[in-house]
Design a protein around this ligand. Structure first.
Ligand code: NAD
Ligand code: MG
Length: 401
């Protein structure tokens, strides 16, 4: 017998609704109209998709990049008889992320562009479902202080961190050592180039990099998975979320992407979370936590999978992982420099302005060139981001091929 929900549906803002995570979130929400209602949807491109999403989910607010796009959407929604209020720009994003009537915010904008609105949701004390790992990588200390101060409920959407969260004891915030955690084992699929030689990787095209064997994702994170920078960013993300020193987070290549990560305890127990590689599982988990709800994901068929494999990452072929570990150890603004340099490098690669092997080269050059600063204020973080982008553009002009 299923319990009857006597509570009002909880209002949810989806930042980055038109993206891969945003669409999976709307899929899960649509399965539970009694429990959740869409409060606000935001999109930066593919605004015709945003319009269709508004018609289906009837949000109170929609947010688009600028006023021109806002008037177009306003007109179209009004013609369809919708009362959705259309806002624009960074201000609009922050307004819907921190609105007093919204309870849950899915932070699924890609890259540094999501930092301000994600932080606004945290500062407003929302339940924040964090997909936008770059925001945490850039501003980890500030971000976690804001969580503490506001009482926000931060729940990881990245499948690995969601898995780690599920395998941690409830009181892990007391400190990993106190609760008997020896190591966090972060699994990585190895991406589309796992078996490729250095020479083959150097010649990789954007289409090859975006063809992930197990996951269907946005283009930026697909390239990050191919370079293994995604795992590097996730290493930094894990350090902040679970207050772990980088040395306690080990990367394990696991090509099947069935084990989403593991926690190793001092008594020799290793807990893992398994499931089909479908982001609707962590999304449903974080939406309903500590309850469980249907996500639409197929049950795991262990007999069909039959075999689970593990190997050590190859830092020679995937130098981005080593660069990210260095940045995690250096701390301060170094992760923000790493992230910004990577964003510029990935965009240049996707636009055909540079090669795949230029990604780690560019990042290493930027990290060598720019000094580490404290990341004690948002201004310092944003300044590091700006400097790294300038240095990265200059590097591309000079060296990219
Ligand atoms: P995506 O490219 O599919 O979607 C990105 C969303 O952000 C879109 O809605 C886009 O309109 C919006 N956006 C882009 N630039 C913007 C800007 N300047 N201002 C405002 N909005 C902007 O990306 P995705 O794959 O859904 O990933 C989103 C985030 O989730 C990333 O940080 C990624 O690392 C993380 N993540 C994704 C997956 C996945 O399976 N896709 C898994 C784990 C973590
Ligand atoms: Mg992940």
């Amino acid at each position: 017998m299923s319990a009857v929900n006597t509570l009002e549906p909880r209002p949810v803002t989806v930042l980055g609704a038109t993206g891969s995570i945003g669409q999976s979130t709307l899929d899960v929400l649509a399965r539970h109209p009694q429990d959740y209602q869409v409060f606000a949807l935001t999109g930066f491109s593919r605004l015709e998709l945003l319009q269709r999403q508004c018609l289906q989910h009837r949000p109170r607010y929609a947010v688009v990049p600028d006023e021109a796009a806002a008037s177009a959407l306003r007109e179209a929604l009004r013609a369809a008889g919708l009362a959705t209020e259309v806002l624009s720009g960074e201000q609009g994003l922050c307004a819907v992320a921190s609105h007093p009537d919204c309870a849950i915010v899915m932070a699924a904008i890609v890259g540094a562009a999501g930092l301000t609105s994600t932080l606004a949701a945290v500062e407003a004390g929302k339940r924040v479902l964090l997909a936008n790992k770059e925001a945490l990588v850039m501003s980890g200390a500030l971000f976690m202080q804001a969580v503490e101060r506001s009482g926000a409920e931060l729940l990881p959407i990245d499948s690995e961190h969601n898995a780690i969260f599920q395998c941690m004891p409830g009181d892990y915030a007391r400190g990993l050592q106190r609760v008997g955690v020896r190591r966090v084992l972060l699994t990585a699929s190895g991406g589309p180039f796992r078996d490729w030689s250095l020479e083959q990787i150097a010649r990789a095209t954007p289409e090859q990099a975006c063809r992930h064997p197990n996951w269907s994702m946005g283009r930026k994170i697909s390239v990050d998975s191919a370079s293994m920078m995604n795992k590097g960013l996730e290493l930094i993300e894990a350090c902040w979320l679970f207050d772990a020193p980088p040395a306690r987070v080990e990367v394990v290549v696991h090509p099947q992407s069935v084990i989403h990560s593991l926690v190793d305890y001092i008594d020799g127990s290793v807990l893992a979370q398994l499931g089909n590689p479908d982001m609707r599982t962590p999304i449903a988990h974080a939406l309903a936590w500590p309850r469980r709800i249907d996500s639409g994901v197929e049950p795991l068929d262990l007999f069909a999978i039959a075999r689970l494999e593990f190997e050590a990452p190859d830092l020679q072929r995937f130098p981005c992982l080593a660069l990210a570990r260095q940045a995690a150890e250096a701390g301060g603004t170094v992760p923000a420099l790493l992230n910004a340099a990577n964003e510029v490098a990935v965009e240049a690669f996707l636009d055909g302005r540079s090669g795949f092997a230029d990604i780690p080269r560019l990042i290493a050059a930027v990290l060598e060139q720019l000094p580490r600063d404290d990341a004690g204020s948002l201004e310092q973080v944003l300044e590091a981001d700006r400097q790294a982008r300038l240095a990265a553009q200059a590097w591309l002009q000079q060296y990219a091929h």
